[in-house]
Ligand binder design. Structure first.
Ligand code: 5AD
Ligand code: SF4
Length: 465
């Protein structure tokens, strides 16, 4: 890896100075609230942002309306994500009229989009700070400037991206943690804006990843999810992803998961790891996007339907009960009915545990945005409904087949719907709800599955000899 991509110690020290300066300001916000949109990468970034704000002396405020500083960590992968972010920001304008001292900050992928920073500046002048994905580590400096000069700051850098190690962080969970192993994406799938807003692929050094994981294990974390836009192309310090996994596995963390994997780079070693590593959960998110070769080619996915099915077969022979999930895009420009039906037949052939399904959303600047797209919106909508219905049947059958099994669940939360119930995941990734109290959160509990719902299971706690 190029040393240039690592943010130097000097720069980090500069930011620490700004952190101290903000903290000592008499007139500064006392509380913050972060709204995170989009994927796990953003969730992880928000933990870093929260850590930086906490070091500047701010306390988290659970109620957005009450916070002195509200920060939106935005997503732009589809148009509706962007509209949601913009809608929220417009609403904040009213809040700011009532409380002029409120600070509004917008960061993340939408802020990084070409032309967006200027648009935000022109159309939403009440926003105090706009920053992109490549300069998150400079938040202390920007905040100091906002507070010192009482003027909006808009700073979005054009960059292939950097790696900033050692930033402060405030983890959302005490027992389950995200660990970045790489940033950016070089795949340029023709529909996708991510490579334009997250920069070039760059891997953290394995030692940095392992040290972070080790620290988490020492803190009692039970589950680590390794994160990257495409973890399969991890190349840190000569280690490939399967090698890194092996080293994380050796640390002894009870559960390891990772996301996201690109099928074109899924190696034999990684498939074998499923059969070999004690702590790697039998679960894989492997976005297929489409089941037709012409569409896959137009998407620049660089695998065929046949190759994808072959990978699934190999994965299942390495780990027969592996839980598989996927992402699928419906209505890519020019997709015919027959091509869409190839996606349906692939879904039937694979039998995913679950699928995230999306209607294609045109993203300016991507190659697919140039393609003629004459399929009416209603047709796309009908197609996605057919796909959702098919997947719902498959999911229900798979969940029903779990009834009667005994599983170990890592309890995550209290059920929002049923008081006195808690929920957590099985190794395969199925959510199980069962009667229990908050004291179980973060613990492993043996449960017997008693019934299956649409997306979740119900169980009861058991004691085994
Ligand atoms: N339109 C619809 N879905 C998209 N995704 C990425 N870009 C687009 C787009 N332009 C989906 C892909 C990806 C997931 C994170 O979001 O399925 O895997
Ligand atoms: Fe987007 Fe493709 Fe990269 Fe995933 S692999 S982030 S879909 S360009």
């Amino acid at each position: 890896m190029n040393q240039q991509t690592i943010v130097g110690a000097e720069e980090l020290m500069r930011q620490q100075e700004f952190t101290a300066r903000v903290r000592s300001l008499a007139q500064r916000p006392q509380t913050f609230h972060i709204v995170t949109m989009g994927c796990q990468m953003n969730e992880r970034d928000s933990e870093t942002i929260a850590g930086m704000l906490a070091e500047m002396g701010l306390r988290p405020e659970a109620e957005r309306e009450k916070a002195d500083l509200i920060l939106y960590n935005t997503c732009c992968v589809r148009e509706n994500a962007e509209n949601r972010a913009l809608g929220n920001v417009i609403w904040l304008k009213e809040l700011k009229k009532e409380r002029p001292e409120l600070l509004i900050c917008v960061g993340g992928c939408m802020a990084q989009e070409e032309g967006m920073a200027q648009r935000l500046k022109a159309q939403y002048p009440f926003i105090d700070l706009v920053f992109g994905t490549h300069n998150l580590h400079r938040l202390p400096e920007y905040l100091w400037r906002v507070l010192e000069k009482r003027q909006p700051v808009v700073e979005v850098l054009h960059s292939d991206g950097v790696i900033a190690e050692g930033l402060p962080q405030r983890r959302a969970s005490a027992f389950s943690a995200f660990v970045n192993i790489m940033y950016g994406c070089d795949n340029f799938c023709s529909y996708c804006i991510v490579p334009y807003v997250r920069g070039r692929e760059r891997s953290r050094e394995p030692e940095a990843v392992l040290e972070e994981c080790k620290r988490l294990v020492d803190l009692g974390v039970q589950e680590i999810t390794l994160l990257g836009q495409n973890v399969n192309s991890y190349r840190g310090g000569g280690n490939e992803f399967a090698e890194l996994l092996r080293r994380v596995d050796a640390l002894g963390v009870p559960r390891i998961r990772f996301m996201t994997s690109h099928p074109k780079d899924l190696s034999e070693e990684l498939i074998a790891a499923y059969g070999e590593l004690a702590h790697l959960m039998p679960n894989l998110h492997l976005p297929v996007q489409a089941g037709n070769d012409e569409i896959l080619r137009a998407m620049n996915r660089r695998y065929t339907r046949e190759r994808y099915l072959e990978l699934i077969k190999k994965l299942r022979s390495a780990k027969p009960d592996i839980g598989l999930s996927t992402d699928i895009i419906v209505g890519f420009p020019g997709e015919t009915l027959a091509q869409f039906e190839d996606t349906l037949s692939l879904v039937e052939a694979v039998r995913f545990d679950s699928a995230f399904t999306f209607i294609y959303s045109k993203r300016i600047g991507t190659r697919a945005a140039q393609l003629p797209d004459d399929t009416p919106a209603e047709v796309k909508s009908e197609r996605i409904q057919r796909l959702i219905a098919l997947q719902a049947d498959i999911s229900r059958e798979i969940l029903t087949a779990q009834v009667g099994r005994r599983e170990t669940v890592l309890v995550e939360s209290i059920s929002a719907r049923d008081e006195g119930w808690v929920g957590g995941k099985t190794p395969r990734g199925h959510m199980v709800n069962f009667p229990g109290n908050a004291g179980l959160i973060g613990r492993f509990v043996r449960v017997e599955i008693v019934s299956a719902g649409r997306n979740t299971l119900r169980g009861k706690q058991i004691t085994e000899e």
